[in-house]
Unconditional design. Structure first.
Length: 342
């Protein structure tokens, strides 16, 4: 009977976690109506994400990125493209539990009449092509016709929402492109995305640059506390690129030492929730005792955390997050604090 209770508890928790993932995906769907497409260099979009993706997939998987042509101007929404990258790369990771290689390849291609109808594209012409290849499990031929359907998943309860590829499909079609897959069971899969090149539309240089510097930055000082070195590196790199001064620590004790020895202001504590030693919320309490005007953002993974019923007492950034989400959230929390102090 004890076992039975425990199983029920686990299942309830899994359902809760799945709902969280689901809500986030649906928000991504909803958000796309608000954000407007600009002319972006697809190479730059991927490059900005590279560090973060590397951190997310872990050290047992190698990430390779190659671009055969630069720039590749496409008309799309940056955070939507990031969503596409995230979903394809996380699926590749899930397909390689014992490690492997994810290859991201970008190039330009000419699409002719015959391919246009095969790929259900509006017109032939110049396209940018993104290929994400893994050498993982591959896709069962029986599953193959269903993988882009919403809610189709072969992953266990709590780990798959079945919305990743449906999201990718929605975004790519909305941007006038197509997504196809080639896969050999036991050998791996290749997801191929093509997007119409924006060149024919004579993108203005200023418009393109607005796209490139889309992420909001700042000059404040941020203390990043995260025990996963890959994620920490990715976050630190992204924020440093945006102009922030970064202090970093691998756990709560190290973070408090940094906070005591650093003589300048620390405007924001960006901390993992669950870490070896003291937790994020425990760290924050001690940190605020000395620096009461600072603010905090918690980072948390939705499947790994021990107790999902207890959400941290402050703004939460769900992993995996994109550089765009990170930049936006940091800026909005810092601005919120600035307003409160006025
Ligand atoms: N790179 C891949 N290798 C093997 N199978 C994949 C890959 N990408 C997607 N799939 C299959 O497609 C299904 C649907 O993917 P997705 O829509 O992202 O949902 P989820 O990842 O939540 O299961 C997965 O459950 C898996 O069976
Ligand atoms: Mg997925």
């Amino acid at each position: 009977p004890g076992d039975q209770n425990r199983r029920e508890l686990l299942e309830i928790r899994a359902a809760g976690e799945r709902a969280t993932g689901l809500t986030r995906q649906l928000l991504a769907f909803a958000r796309k109506q608000v954000l407007s497409p600009t002319v972006l260099d697809l190479c730059e979009v991927v490059r900005v994400m590279e560090g973060m993706l590397r951190g997310l997939i872990g050290e047992h998987i190698e990430l390779r990125f190659r671009s055969e042509k630069e720039p590749l101007w496409v008309r799309a929404d940056r955070s939507q493209l990031e969503q596409v990258m995230l979903n394809l790369v996380l699926n590749a990771r899930d397909a390689m539990p014992r490690g492997g290689v994810v290859d991201i390849n970008l190039c330009d291609i000419e699409i002719d009449e015959a391919q246009t109808s095969r790929l259900e594209l509006a017109r032939p012409g110049a396209y940018a092509r993104l290929v994400v290849t893994d050498n993982g499990s591959g896709i069962d031929p029986q599953d193959r016709p269903h993988i882009f359907e919403p809610f189709f998943t072969t992953k266990g309860i709590g780990s798959g929402t079945g919305l990743g590829l449906a999201t990718v499909y929605g975004i790519v079609r909305q941007s006038g492109g197509s997504v196809t897959v080639e896969s050999t069971p036991g050998e791996g899969s290749s997801f191929v995305v093509v997007l119409p090149m924006a060149e024919g539309q004579a993108p203005r240089v200023e418009e393109a640059q607005v796209g490139a510097i889309d992420l909001p930055g700042g000059a404040e000082t941020i203390l990043v506390v995260e025990d996963d070195a890959g994620v920490r590196r990715a976050v630190v790199k992204t924020l440093a690129q945006l102009g922030y001064t970064i202090l970093e620590a691998a756990d709560g004790d190290a973070a408090l030492r940094v906070a005591i020895t650093h003589t300048g202001p620390i405007h924001l504590l960006l901390t993992d929730v669950v870490m070896p030693g003291q937790s994020g919320p425990e760290l924050a309490k001690r940190f605020f005792a000395d620096r009461p005007s600072a603010s905090v953002i918690y980072m948390s993974g939705y499947s790994a955390e021990a107790d999902t019923t207890k959400s941290p007492p402050g703004p939460l950034l769900q992993k995996p997050f994109s550089p765009h989400e990170l930049a936006e959230r940091v800026r909005s929390v810092l601005d919120g604090v600035a307003r409160r102090l006025l």
